[in-house]
Design a protein around this ligand. Sequence first.
Ligand code: F6R
Length: 367
Amino acid sequence: EKGGFEHFMLKEIFEQPQTIFDSFRGRLDAEQHRITLSGLDAIQDRLLAARRIIIVACGTSWHAGLLAEYLIEELCRINVEVEYASEFRYRNPIVGPEDVIIAVSQSGETADTLVALENAKQQGATIFGVVNVVGSSIARMADAGAYTHAGPEIGVASTKAFTAQVIVLQLFALKLALLKGTISNDRFSKLVEGLHAVPSQVEWILTNELENIKAIAAKYKDASDFLYLGRGYNFPIALEGALKLKEISYIHAEGYPAAEMKHGPIALVDETLPVVFVATKDPYYDKIISNMQEIKARKGRLIAVVSEGDEVGATLAEDVMVVPEVDEIIAPLLSVIPLQLLSYYIGIERGVDVDKPRNLAKSVTVE
Ligand code: F6R
Protein backbone atom coordinates (compact mmCIF):
# COMPACT_ATOMS: atom_id res chain seq x y z
CA GLU A 1 0.00 0.00 0.00
CA LYS A 2 3.00 2.26 0.47
CA GLY A 3 4.02 1.46 -3.10
CA GLY A 4 7.55 0.43 -2.14
CA PHE A 5 8.16 3.51 -0.02
CA GLU A 6 9.09 3.26 3.63
CA HIS A 7 6.41 5.73 4.73
CA PHE A 8 3.22 7.23 3.40
CA MET A 9 4.73 10.67 3.77
CA LEU A 10 7.57 9.87 1.37
CA LYS A 11 5.18 8.15 -1.03
CA GLU A 12 2.92 11.20 -0.99
CA ILE A 13 5.84 13.59 -1.56
CA PHE A 14 6.84 11.49 -4.58
CA GLU A 15 3.27 11.36 -5.89
CA GLN A 16 3.24 15.12 -6.41
CA PRO A 17 4.17 15.21 -10.11
CA GLN A 18 1.07 13.05 -10.64
CA THR A 19 -1.27 14.76 -8.13
CA ILE A 20 -0.38 18.21 -9.47
CA PHE A 21 -1.17 16.95 -12.95
CA ASP A 22 -4.44 15.43 -11.68
CA SER A 23 -5.40 18.76 -10.13
CA PHE A 24 -5.25 20.48 -13.48
CA ARG A 25 -6.46 17.63 -15.65
CA GLY A 26 -9.51 18.83 -17.59
CA ARG A 27 -9.00 22.35 -16.22
CA LEU A 28 -5.77 23.63 -17.73
CA ASP A 29 -5.39 23.64 -21.50
CA ALA A 30 -1.83 24.76 -22.18
CA GLU A 31 -2.23 24.66 -25.96
CA GLN A 32 -5.40 26.73 -26.20
CA HIS A 33 -4.36 28.80 -23.17
CA ARG A 34 -7.64 28.11 -21.46
CA ILE A 35 -8.69 27.41 -17.88
CA THR A 36 -11.99 25.68 -17.15
CA LEU A 37 -13.31 25.75 -13.58
CA SER A 38 -17.03 25.03 -13.54
CA GLY A 39 -17.25 25.78 -9.80
CA LEU A 40 -16.01 29.30 -10.45
CA ASP A 41 -18.46 29.75 -13.32
CA ALA A 42 -21.28 28.79 -10.96
CA ILE A 43 -20.63 31.82 -8.73
CA GLN A 44 -19.07 34.09 -11.34
CA ASP A 45 -21.53 36.97 -10.81
CA ARG A 46 -20.96 36.98 -7.06
CA LEU A 47 -17.19 36.91 -7.56
CA LEU A 48 -17.22 39.78 -10.04
CA ALA A 49 -19.33 41.83 -7.64
CA ALA A 50 -17.50 40.73 -4.47
CA ARG A 51 -16.46 43.48 -2.07
CA ARG A 52 -13.73 41.18 -0.86
CA ILE A 53 -12.75 37.54 -0.60
CA ILE A 54 -12.17 35.97 2.79
CA ILE A 55 -10.11 32.79 2.95
CA VAL A 56 -10.79 30.57 5.95
CA ALA A 57 -8.60 27.60 6.90
CA CYS A 58 -6.29 26.03 9.51
CA GLY A 59 -2.67 24.86 9.50
CA THR A 60 -1.10 23.95 6.19
CA SER A 61 -4.34 24.79 4.40
CA TRP A 62 -4.07 28.28 5.91
CA HIS A 63 -0.62 28.58 4.33
CA ALA A 64 -2.13 27.76 0.93
CA GLY A 65 -4.72 30.44 1.73
CA LEU A 66 -2.03 33.00 2.52
CA LEU A 67 -0.43 32.32 -0.86
CA ALA A 68 -3.82 32.78 -2.47
CA GLU A 69 -4.16 36.20 -0.83
CA TYR A 70 -0.97 37.34 -2.58
CA LEU A 71 -2.12 35.77 -5.86
CA ILE A 72 -5.67 37.05 -5.95
CA GLU A 73 -4.77 40.56 -4.84
CA GLU A 74 -2.02 40.81 -7.43
CA LEU A 75 -3.80 39.19 -10.35
CA CYS A 76 -7.46 40.06 -9.70
CA ARG A 77 -7.16 43.33 -7.75
CA ILE A 78 -9.74 42.17 -5.19
CA ASN A 79 -9.21 42.76 -1.49
CA VAL A 80 -8.48 39.44 0.24
CA GLU A 81 -8.36 38.55 3.95
CA VAL A 82 -6.96 35.28 5.25
CA GLU A 83 -8.35 34.03 8.52
CA TYR A 84 -7.58 31.26 10.97
CA ALA A 85 -10.97 29.55 11.18
CA SER A 86 -10.81 29.35 14.98
CA GLU A 87 -10.27 33.10 15.35
CA PHE A 88 -12.70 34.10 12.64
CA ARG A 89 -15.61 32.18 14.07
CA TYR A 90 -15.38 33.48 17.63
CA ARG A 91 -14.74 37.16 17.06
CA ASN A 92 -18.12 38.11 15.56
CA PRO A 93 -16.66 39.06 12.16
CA ILE A 94 -18.32 41.50 9.76
CA VAL A 95 -19.62 39.32 6.93
CA GLY A 96 -22.42 39.84 4.47
CA PRO A 97 -23.87 38.99 1.07
CA GLU A 98 -21.13 40.93 -0.75
CA ASP A 99 -18.45 38.58 0.58
CA VAL A 100 -17.20 35.41 -1.03
CA ILE A 101 -15.51 32.98 1.34
CA ILE A 102 -12.97 30.47 0.08
CA ALA A 103 -12.70 27.51 2.44
CA VAL A 104 -9.47 25.53 2.10
CA SER A 105 -9.45 22.09 3.71
CA GLN A 106 -7.88 18.75 2.87
CA SER A 107 -10.24 16.67 5.00
CA GLY A 108 -13.33 18.82 4.61
CA GLU A 109 -14.09 17.95 8.24
CA THR A 110 -12.07 20.44 10.31
CA ALA A 111 -14.54 21.54 12.97
CA ASP A 112 -13.48 25.17 13.31
CA THR A 113 -13.48 25.68 9.54
CA LEU A 114 -16.88 24.05 9.15
CA VAL A 115 -18.56 26.13 11.87
CA ALA A 116 -16.90 29.35 10.65
CA LEU A 117 -18.40 28.68 7.22
CA GLU A 118 -21.83 27.84 8.56
CA ASN A 119 -21.89 31.15 10.45
CA ALA A 120 -20.78 33.12 7.39
CA LYS A 121 -23.32 31.37 5.19
CA GLN A 122 -26.08 32.32 7.61
CA GLN A 123 -25.03 35.93 7.21
CA GLY A 124 -25.45 35.65 3.45
CA ALA A 125 -21.87 35.05 2.25
CA THR A 126 -21.19 32.75 -0.70
CA ILE A 127 -18.96 29.78 0.12
CA PHE A 128 -16.45 28.32 -2.36
CA GLY A 129 -14.77 25.11 -1.22
CA VAL A 130 -11.24 24.01 -2.10
CA VAL A 131 -11.47 20.55 -0.57
CA ASN A 132 -9.74 17.23 -1.13
CA VAL A 133 -12.17 14.69 0.31
CA VAL A 134 -15.15 14.27 -2.00
CA GLY A 135 -18.51 14.45 -0.24
CA SER A 136 -17.01 15.72 3.03
CA SER A 137 -18.97 18.11 5.28
CA ILE A 138 -17.32 21.28 3.94
CA ALA A 139 -17.70 20.13 0.33
CA ARG A 140 -21.41 19.52 0.93
CA MET A 141 -22.14 22.82 2.62
CA ALA A 142 -20.28 24.97 0.04
CA ASP A 143 -22.29 26.79 -2.65
CA ALA A 144 -19.66 25.85 -5.21
CA GLY A 145 -16.09 24.63 -5.28
CA ALA A 146 -13.20 22.88 -6.96
CA TYR A 147 -11.87 19.61 -5.61
CA THR A 148 -8.11 19.28 -5.28
CA HIS A 149 -7.85 15.70 -6.66
CA ALA A 150 -4.74 14.85 -4.60
CA GLY A 151 -6.15 11.41 -3.74
CA PRO A 152 -6.25 10.05 -0.17
CA GLU A 153 -3.56 11.57 2.04
CA ILE A 154 -2.60 9.15 4.81
CA GLY A 155 0.52 10.78 6.29
CA VAL A 156 -0.54 13.15 9.05
CA ALA A 157 1.69 15.92 7.72
CA SER A 158 0.11 17.41 4.65
CA THR A 159 2.28 17.40 1.50
CA LYS A 160 0.53 16.50 -1.75
CA ALA A 161 -2.74 18.04 -0.53
CA PHE A 162 -0.92 21.36 -0.07
CA THR A 163 0.53 21.49 -3.60
CA ALA A 164 -2.88 20.51 -5.00
CA GLN A 165 -4.53 23.33 -3.03
CA VAL A 166 -1.97 25.78 -4.40
CA ILE A 167 -2.63 24.61 -7.98
CA VAL A 168 -6.39 24.98 -7.63
CA LEU A 169 -6.04 28.43 -6.07
CA GLN A 170 -3.68 29.49 -8.88
CA LEU A 171 -6.18 28.30 -11.50
CA PHE A 172 -8.91 30.15 -9.62
CA ALA A 173 -6.92 33.41 -9.48
CA LEU A 174 -5.89 33.21 -13.14
CA LYS A 175 -9.40 32.47 -14.36
CA LEU A 176 -10.92 35.22 -12.24
CA ALA A 177 -8.26 37.70 -13.40
CA LEU A 178 -9.13 36.92 -17.00
CA LEU A 179 -12.84 37.45 -16.32
CA LYS A 180 -12.11 40.73 -14.54
CA GLY A 181 -9.72 41.91 -17.23
CA THR A 182 -6.94 42.47 -14.71
CA ILE A 183 -4.34 40.30 -16.46
CA SER A 184 -2.86 40.69 -19.93
CA ASN A 185 -3.37 37.83 -22.38
CA ASP A 186 0.35 37.51 -22.65
CA ARG A 187 0.95 37.09 -18.90
CA PHE A 188 -2.02 34.71 -18.68
CA SER A 189 -0.64 32.51 -21.45
CA LYS A 190 2.85 32.49 -19.96
CA LEU A 191 1.53 31.45 -16.54
CA VAL A 192 -0.68 28.73 -18.05
CA GLU A 193 2.34 27.32 -19.86
CA GLY A 194 4.39 27.71 -16.69
CA LEU A 195 1.89 25.70 -14.66
CA HIS A 196 1.83 23.00 -17.30
CA ALA A 197 5.58 22.47 -16.81
CA VAL A 198 5.38 22.07 -13.02
CA PRO A 199 4.95 18.26 -12.78
CA SER A 200 8.18 17.62 -14.69
CA GLN A 201 10.00 20.29 -12.67
CA VAL A 202 8.88 18.65 -9.41
CA GLU A 203 10.11 15.35 -10.83
CA TRP A 204 13.46 17.03 -11.56
CA ILE A 205 13.81 18.13 -7.92
CA LEU A 206 12.86 14.68 -6.60
CA THR A 207 15.45 13.07 -8.85
CA ASN A 208 18.32 15.52 -8.62
CA GLU A 209 18.16 16.83 -5.07
CA LEU A 210 17.26 13.74 -3.04
CA GLU A 211 20.75 12.62 -2.03
CA ASN A 212 21.84 16.18 -1.34
CA ILE A 213 18.85 16.81 0.94
CA LYS A 214 19.42 13.53 2.81
CA ALA A 215 22.98 14.68 3.53
CA ILE A 216 21.79 18.12 4.70
CA ALA A 217 19.26 16.42 6.99
CA ALA A 218 21.97 14.24 8.55
CA LYS A 219 24.17 17.28 9.08
CA TYR A 220 21.59 19.44 10.88
CA LYS A 221 19.54 16.77 12.66
CA ASP A 222 20.74 17.71 16.16
CA ALA A 223 19.83 21.39 15.96
CA SER A 224 17.39 22.49 18.65
CA ASP A 225 15.84 25.35 16.65
CA PHE A 226 15.47 26.39 13.01
CA LEU A 227 14.49 29.69 11.46
CA TYR A 228 12.79 29.76 8.00
CA LEU A 229 12.75 33.03 6.09
CA GLY A 230 11.19 34.13 2.81
CA ARG A 231 9.69 37.17 1.11
CA GLY A 232 6.65 37.61 -1.13
CA TYR A 233 5.31 34.35 -2.52
CA ASN A 234 8.03 32.49 -0.66
CA PHE A 235 6.94 33.81 2.75
CA PRO A 236 4.03 31.32 3.09
CA ILE A 237 6.52 28.62 2.04
CA ALA A 238 8.83 29.63 4.90
CA LEU A 239 5.88 29.19 7.28
CA GLU A 240 5.02 25.84 5.75
CA GLY A 241 8.65 24.65 5.92
CA ALA A 242 8.78 25.51 9.62
CA LEU A 243 5.45 23.81 10.37
CA LYS A 244 6.52 20.65 8.54
CA LEU A 245 9.77 20.49 10.51
CA LYS A 246 8.00 20.93 13.87
CA GLU A 247 5.48 18.21 13.10
CA ILE A 248 7.87 15.61 11.75
CA SER A 249 11.08 16.14 13.74
CA TYR A 250 9.87 17.81 16.98
CA ILE A 251 12.52 20.49 16.43
CA HIS A 252 11.33 23.97 17.28
CA ALA A 253 11.09 26.03 14.10
CA GLU A 254 9.78 29.44 13.21
CA GLY A 255 8.84 30.91 9.86
CA TYR A 256 9.15 34.65 9.36
CA PRO A 257 9.06 37.25 6.61
CA ALA A 258 12.76 37.72 5.86
CA ALA A 259 12.75 41.48 6.42
CA GLU A 260 10.78 41.19 9.66
CA MET A 261 13.61 39.20 11.22
CA LYS A 262 15.42 42.45 12.05
CA HIS A 263 12.55 43.32 14.38
CA GLY A 264 13.23 40.54 16.85
CA PRO A 265 14.17 37.03 15.72
CA ILE A 266 17.65 38.09 14.63
CA ALA A 267 18.51 38.06 18.34
CA LEU A 268 18.33 34.26 18.15
CA VAL A 269 21.05 33.99 15.53
CA ASP A 270 24.37 32.47 16.62
CA GLU A 271 26.75 29.85 15.22
CA THR A 272 24.42 27.01 16.23
CA LEU A 273 21.22 28.24 14.51
CA PRO A 274 20.35 26.86 11.06
CA VAL A 275 18.52 29.51 9.05
CA VAL A 276 16.72 28.27 5.95
CA PHE A 277 16.19 30.93 3.30
CA VAL A 278 13.69 30.42 0.52
CA ALA A 279 15.66 32.53 -1.92
CA THR A 280 14.56 31.71 -5.47
CA LYS A 281 15.01 34.30 -8.26
CA ASP A 282 12.16 36.80 -8.10
CA PRO A 283 11.75 40.58 -7.91
CA TYR A 284 12.89 40.57 -4.27
CA TYR A 285 15.98 38.52 -4.94
CA ASP A 286 18.50 41.28 -4.15
CA LYS A 287 16.71 42.00 -0.89
CA ILE A 288 16.80 38.41 0.22
CA ILE A 289 20.49 38.16 -0.64
CA SER A 290 21.16 41.10 1.66
CA ASN A 291 19.10 39.39 4.40
CA MET A 292 21.30 36.33 3.93
CA GLN A 293 24.39 38.48 4.34
CA GLU A 294 22.99 39.84 7.59
CA ILE A 295 22.59 36.32 8.97
CA LYS A 296 26.01 35.30 7.75
CA ALA A 297 27.61 38.31 9.45
CA ARG A 298 26.12 36.99 12.72
CA LYS A 299 27.50 33.50 12.05
CA GLY A 300 24.14 31.80 11.53
CA ARG A 301 24.30 28.55 9.55
CA LEU A 302 22.84 29.43 6.18
CA ILE A 303 20.84 26.88 4.23
CA ALA A 304 19.07 28.12 1.10
CA VAL A 305 16.61 27.02 -1.53
CA VAL A 306 17.99 28.69 -4.66
CA SER A 307 17.18 28.76 -8.36
CA GLU A 308 19.26 26.64 -10.69
CA GLY A 309 22.31 28.60 -11.84
CA ASP A 310 22.25 31.11 -8.97
CA GLU A 311 25.94 31.38 -8.10
CA VAL A 312 25.54 34.24 -5.65
CA GLY A 313 23.01 32.48 -3.41
CA ALA A 314 24.88 29.20 -3.71
CA THR A 315 28.18 30.74 -2.64
CA LEU A 316 26.69 32.63 0.27
CA ALA A 317 24.97 29.64 1.86
CA GLU A 318 26.70 26.75 3.60
CA ASP A 319 24.24 24.31 2.03
CA VAL A 320 21.88 24.74 -0.89
CA MET A 321 18.88 22.94 -2.33
CA VAL A 322 18.33 23.73 -6.00
CA VAL A 323 15.04 24.17 -7.86
CA PRO A 324 14.35 25.15 -11.49
CA GLU A 325 13.92 28.89 -12.11
CA VAL A 326 10.28 29.83 -12.80
CA ASP A 327 7.88 32.78 -12.51
CA GLU A 328 7.54 34.00 -8.91
CA ILE A 329 3.87 33.00 -8.88
CA ILE A 330 4.73 29.41 -9.67
CA ALA A 331 7.91 29.24 -7.57
CA PRO A 332 6.21 28.20 -4.27
CA LEU A 333 5.10 24.92 -5.85
CA LEU A 334 8.74 24.06 -6.41
CA SER A 335 10.40 25.62 -3.36
CA VAL A 336 8.15 23.70 -0.95
CA ILE A 337 9.35 20.32 -2.26
CA PRO A 338 12.92 20.42 -0.83
CA LEU A 339 11.50 21.64 2.49
CA GLN A 340 9.11 18.67 2.66
CA LEU A 341 12.01 16.32 1.98
CA LEU A 342 14.27 18.06 4.50
CA SER A 343 11.65 17.64 7.26
CA TYR A 344 11.04 14.04 6.31
CA TYR A 345 14.72 13.08 6.43
CA ILE A 346 15.41 15.00 9.64
CA GLY A 347 12.42 13.19 11.20
CA ILE A 348 13.82 9.85 10.03
CA GLU A 349 17.28 10.72 11.37
CA ARG A 350 15.71 11.45 14.76
CA GLY A 351 13.65 8.27 14.82
CA VAL A 352 10.24 9.96 14.71
CA ASP A 353 7.22 8.01 13.50
CA VAL A 354 6.80 10.45 10.61
CA ASP A 355 3.44 9.13 9.42
CA LYS A 356 1.93 9.48 12.88
CA PRO A 357 3.78 12.16 14.84
CA ARG A 358 2.83 12.41 18.51
CA ASN A 359 -0.21 14.45 19.58
CA LEU A 360 -1.43 15.04 16.01
CA ALA A 361 -4.55 13.77 14.26
CA LYS A 362 -5.16 13.71 10.52
CA SER A 363 -8.34 15.65 10.85
CA VAL A 364 -9.16 17.90 13.76
CA THR A 365 -12.85 17.39 14.39
CA VAL A 366 -12.75 18.76 17.94
CA GLU A 367 -12.85 22.48 18.55
C1 F6R B 1 -0.14 20.08 8.72
C2 F6R B 1 -1.52 19.63 8.76
C3 F6R B 1 -2.53 20.45 9.48
C4 F6R B 1 -3.78 20.62 8.60
C5 F6R B 1 -4.89 21.34 9.37
C6 F6R B 1 -6.11 21.61 8.49
O1 F6R B 1 0.69 19.20 8.06
O2 F6R B 1 -1.83 18.60 8.20
O3 F6R B 1 -2.01 21.69 9.85
O4 F6R B 1 -3.41 21.33 7.45
O5 F6R B 1 -5.27 20.57 10.48
O6 F6R B 1 -6.68 20.43 8.04
P1 F6R B 1 -7.68 20.40 6.81
O7 F6R B 1 -6.94 20.87 5.64
O8 F6R B 1 -8.12 18.97 6.72
O9 F6R B 1 -8.83 21.33 7.16
